[in-house]
Ligand binder design. Structure first.
Ligand SMILES: [Zn+2]
Length: 291
């Protein structure tokens, strides 16, 4: 089964992770722009980060046979520095027409402050202007209220709900999202939040419509193999292959395909990958390595 992980922060992962993901069947990913674990202090740090998502990281993924797409946006945590946030938002449009950018995101709420609200609303307007879908991060604290507010913000802007993916859902927020026309993402983390078994239970209850599963793996305790692991549990619980394939392949493609920029190639045969290829002057090979 071909697998699409539609939310994974590969910049903070290793080549071992890429190897393991490719071996498990992951052939395409979306890497959303987010924060780096500590706040950036200048707009140039954002520019370099966005360029690395579109350049080096896309190249690095390809060296393991994985197609890499990204979303570009100002995350809610860093929206709370109003001066810097304004500079980032003014610079953002230069990235929104680039190949490989399949949505604006992750945007949304962290602490649900006024500054976050203002940055959220401005980025919804940018998404409308650049005809891009939106990826919304729901907060860890007060998730239900954050989910409801996110849908209200989308509606108040008159933005089409079917072009919105609301992420990090749980049993409490999923019915709220499904009542709207937004798509519902689920992050499968180790030890916390939604796990593989809870996810399989939700699929049995609600079916596969607008349901998406991701690993959201980053620099924290997380697992870039959580989508294949969830597939294994769904299978063990008797969920049929067509339903599983819709969730881990068709749905993310249908959602991000709305950008008009999700051009999926036939998966690269491993033998055909030439790791001596260079991005600018750098390759993934080290020392005497030839493959
Ligand atoms: Zn994320």
């Amino acid at each position: 089964m071909r697998i699409f992980d539609p939310h994974v922060h590969m910049t903070s992962r290793t080549t071992d992770d890429y190897e393991a993901m490719a071996a498990a069947g992951v052939v395409a990913i979306v890497e959303p722009a987010f924060w780096l674990g500590q706040p950036r202090t200048t707009v140039g740090s954002f520019i370099d980060y966005f360029n690395s998502l579109l350049g080096w990281e896309r190249f690095r993924a390809a060296q393991f046979g994985i197609q890499h797409f990204c979303t570009i946006g100002l995350n809610p945590k860093e929206a709370n520095n109003p001066k810097l946030a304004d500079e980032v938002l003014q610079m953002l449009p230069r990235f929104l027409n680039k190949d490989g950018v399949v949505a604006i995101g992750e945007i949304g709420y962290d602490d649900q402050t006024d500054a976050e609200q203002s940055v959220f609303t401005r980025q919804v307007k940018l998404a409308a202007e650049y005809n891009l879908p939106i990826l919304i991060h729901t907060p860890h604290r007060d998730k239900k209220q954050g989910t409801i507010r996110s849908i209200e913000t989308i509606r108040a802007a008159g933005f089409p709900e079917e072009r919105v993916l609301i992420d990090h859902n749980n049993e409490e927020t999923l019915p709220i999202v499904l009542e709207s026309r937004c798509w519902a993402g689920h992050t499968i983390y180790p030890n916390t939040k939604m796990d593989e078994h809870r996810m399989a239970t939700l699929v049995k209850k609600y079916g596969p419509d607008r349901i998406i599963v991701n690993s959201a793996a980053d620099w924290g305790i997380s697992d870039p193999l959580k989508v294949p692991k969830t597939i294994a549990v769904m299978r063990a619980q008797g969920i049929d292959e067509a339903t599983i394939s819709r969730i881990v392949w068709d749905n993310p493609i249908a959602f991000f395909g709305q950008s008009g920029r999700l051009e999926l190639a036939e998966p690269t045969a491993r033998q055909a990958i030439d790791r001596s290829q260079k991005f600018e002057t750098n390759s993934v090979l080290r020392g005497e390595q030839v493959r």
